[in-house]
Write a protein that binds this ligand. Structure first.
Ligand SMILES: [Zn+2]
Length: 182
């Protein structure tokens, strides 16, 4: 078992390194460069370009959130290794198939319990009227209650609110697009 634990530990560390590398690259070339880009590109800031940029940035943020979530799963798995609890299903307590652990070293549950867990979560989301939504909606999550508010006949978030939420990403009202006062 000690040899096998070593294998899992190495797998987990390799995954950890890969995600760290991804986050570093993303920070350098993704979010940061795009944040600087808007300053230069406001010159011909067509609303469609802004929407495209915004979508790209939301995608980056969603990816970053995913990466952080994976990191915490990896750390939790390493913690289980240290406490000698690694590879035991959190639900039924039986050992998780080593073949599964080699593919998904962060697995918390055996195959059967995981599929029951996933089914239960899907049923729960369906019961709350939520299907699987695009990841971007986690970033612009403020819009979701709005739709539910409207269904209940409450005003919720209107176009004006959305504009205020998005405006700080940059608008087309740069000095260039304001007519000169003569
Ligand atoms: Zn199980």
């Amino acid at each position: 078992m000690e040899a096998r634990r070593d294998t899992y530990r190495k797998l987990l560390w390799a995954e950890r390194e890969a995600i760290h590398g991804l986050l570093k690259r993303n920070a350098r070339f993704g979010l940061l460069s795009r944040a600087g880009e808007t300053e230069l590109s406001q010159y011909d800031n067509h609303p469609a370009d802004t929407a495209g940029d915004l979508f790209e940035r939301e995608k980056d943020v969603a990816l970053m959130n995913d990466a952080f979530e994976q990191l915490s799963e990896i750390d939790a798995a390493l913690e289980r290794l240290n406490r000698g609890r690694y590879g035991l299903c959190e639900a039924c307590g039986r050992p998780i198939d080593p073949k599964r652990l080699l593919v998904v070293p962060t697995a918390r549950r055996c195959i059967q319990c995981q599929s029951e867990f996933d089914d239960a979560r899907k049923a729960d989301e369906a019961a709350r009227g939520r299907t699987t939504r695009p990841a971007e909606e986690d970033v612009i999550g403020g819009l979701r209650p709005a739709r539910e508010d409207r269904l209940r006949g409450e005003p919720g978030v209107d176009g004006e609110d959305v504009w205020q939420m998005l405006e700080h990403y940059g608008s087309s009202d740069t000095p260039d697009s304001i007519e000169p006062k003569m």
